[in-house]
Design a protein around this ligand. Structure first.
Ligand code: ADP
Length: 498
């Protein structure tokens, strides 16, 4: 019986593949680093052929290590770094230029021009996004404007474009599709009608014939073609699910109901809240995306991020030399009964929602002679949790009801101290799963749902195993007092570098 699913997890710095069993256990994996290219300050590129090569090698490696036969693999699911854009030739499959990576700022001026043209409200209403160089639309136009002859060729239908999901699925199956969650990060997609928006394609100068066909997140898109290098054994296996990495993590965490959210504590934090079938527009600058569409039902998500989270801990270690390892931060934090009055606002690169101040800069406030390095370490961890709490409270206001639960993952979520403090601030339970590969699991579940490995989301929830639950312990008044003081600290950092 075909009861295993392979997830392809194409990330910014590596390409990975993981084989999952029906029980949601990891059977095997493969991973290859992805080279980064920085052609100019602020510019970031990936070679699409390197994306492909590393991804196919990871797939072959995971498959071989699983020691399964092709008949035991029900499907392949795809998850990917979002927004990164590839343009390639329809006939040869050759990219006409490197992929422009989500982080790349080269279209910032073009975005400035779009803002000036007054279409900001239309973009927000239609796509759920704010005009920014992150999103794929202006990256596609940039490629067409800078590769000689490309625009004319695109108009003639000779070129195709897509995000990384689309590029991988096209190479594997020959089908030119992109799932709704990835489409919703292009700034060209109507997230309510679930189709490309003609007016936006015109405004951003993207020929519609080069865009992939938008498809639901779970469903057979095509089958692995004969002769795909290194994975010939997998010929005929359906590619049956896809989602952008953050949406896949929300799904992989099992946040299937409105009011459930996940937070990934990595270098920065990515918080996504399931808002159900309502595609809310945030009053505070959060983004709205399609979470997924499953069995014809669309689930939307509100999204926000904390720019500096785990990076604050790296800063304590590498720049201040205050700690020897990330884990030492936890030990220090737990060695003191409170923060000693110290607050660390890690606004190294400004502050995002709900403060939205690019000119805010970091600060440590409340210092007295009694403040020790343990208090500073504690303030750093607390500072991350405060920022997540501010973000979540913004989401709660947009949604109109409180957060039901927060599911956590990412490298810094191992901090017991920070997770407990987060629960105390949010006044809800924090769930840390045993299986932390939530992004890959999300892609596997989407593909397995389409091919009968799992009968529905209820069955997937049975796979969810908790490592630990953190419930609020601190009295609510104390939490409120700390938050008030935190907001006072944040106010001192605003507009600092203006
Ligand atoms: P990314 O995917 O963004 O590279 P990861 O999910 O790998 O990030 O998480 C790494 C981050 O987690 C680092 O910034 C590191 O400082 C932080 N981190 C790791 N362990 C701890 C810990 N015990 N306490 C706090 N932060 C930690």
């Amino acid at each position: 019986m075909s009861m295993h699913v392979i997830a392809l997890d194409q990330g910014t710095t590596s390409s990975r593949a993981i084989v999952f069993s029906k029980e949601g256990e990891i059977v095997s994996r493969g991973q290859y680093p992805l080279p980064q290219h920085y052609p100019a300050p602020g510019w970031v590129e990936h070679d699409p052929m390197e994306i492909l090569r590393t991804q196919l090698m990871a797939l072959a490696e995971a498959y071989e290590r699983s020691e399964l036969s092709p008949a035991q693999i029900a499907a392949i699911g795809v998850t990917n770094q979002r927004e990164t854009t590839v343009v390639w030739e329809k006939d040869t499959g050759m990219p006409i230029m490197n992929a422009i990576v989500w982080q790349c700022r080269r279209t910032a001026e073009e975005c400035e021009r779009l803002v000036q043209s007054g279409i900001g409200d239309y973009v927000r209403e239609t796509t759920g996004l704010l005009i920014d160089a992150y999103f794929s639309g202006t990256k596609i136009a940039w490629i067409l404007d800078h590769v000689p002859g490309a625009r004319a060729r695109a108009e003639r239908g000779e070129l195709l474009c897509g995000t990384v999901d689309s590029w991988l699925i096209w190479t594997l199956t020959g089908e030119h599709v992109s799932d709704y969650s990835n489409c919703s990060r292009t700034m060209l997609f109507d997230i309510d009608r679930l189709c490309w928006d003609e007016e936006l394609c015109r405004a951003l100068r993207v020929p519609m014939q080069m865009l992939p066909r938008p498809v639901p997140n779970s469903g057979v898109y095509g089958y692995v073609k004969p002769g795909v290098r290194g994975v010939e054994a997998l010929q005929g296996i359906p590619v049956a699910g896809a989602a952008g990495d953050q949406q896949a993590a929300l799904f992989g965490q099992g946040c299937f109901s409105a009011g459930q959210a996940k937070n990934t504590y990595g270098t920065g934090c990515f918080t996504l809240m399931n808002t159900g079938s309502r595609s809310l527009r945030s009053q505070s600058g959060l983004l709205t995306s399609v979470g997924w569409q499953l069995n014809g039902e669309t689930t939307y998500a509100l999204e926000g991020s904390v720019f500096n989270a785990g990076s604050t801990i790296q800063w304590l270690r590498d720049e201040l030399g205050l700690i020897g390892s990330a884990h030492e931060t936890d030990l220090l934090a737990e060695s003191v009964p409170d923060n000693g009055g110290a607050y660390l606002v890690s606004a190294f690169t400004g502050l995002g929602a709900p403060h939205w101040d690019m000119y805010a800069r970091g600060a440590i406030l409340g210092l007295t002679r009694g403040v020790t390095r343990a208090h500073i370490a504690r303030a750093a961890l607390e500072g991350i949790a405060y920022q997540v709490a501010d973000l979540v409270s913004t989401m709660e206001q947009d949604l109109g009801h409180p957060l039901e639960s927060l599911w956590v993952d990412g490298g810094a979520s191992v901090s017991d101290f920070m997770m407990q403090f987060q629960a105390d601030l949010l006044r809800c339970s924090i769930y840390r799963p045993r299986m932390v590969e939530t992004t890959a699991a999300g892609a596997a579940y989407l593909a397995g749902l389409a091919t009968g490995v799992w009968s529905g989301t209820d069955e997937i929830l049975k796979n969810r195993a908790l490592e630990r639950v953190f419930a609020p312990e601190m009295p609510q008044d104390d939490a409120r007092r700390l938050l008030d003081q935190w907001h006072k600290a944040v106010r001192r950092t605003l507009r600092w570098a203006e």
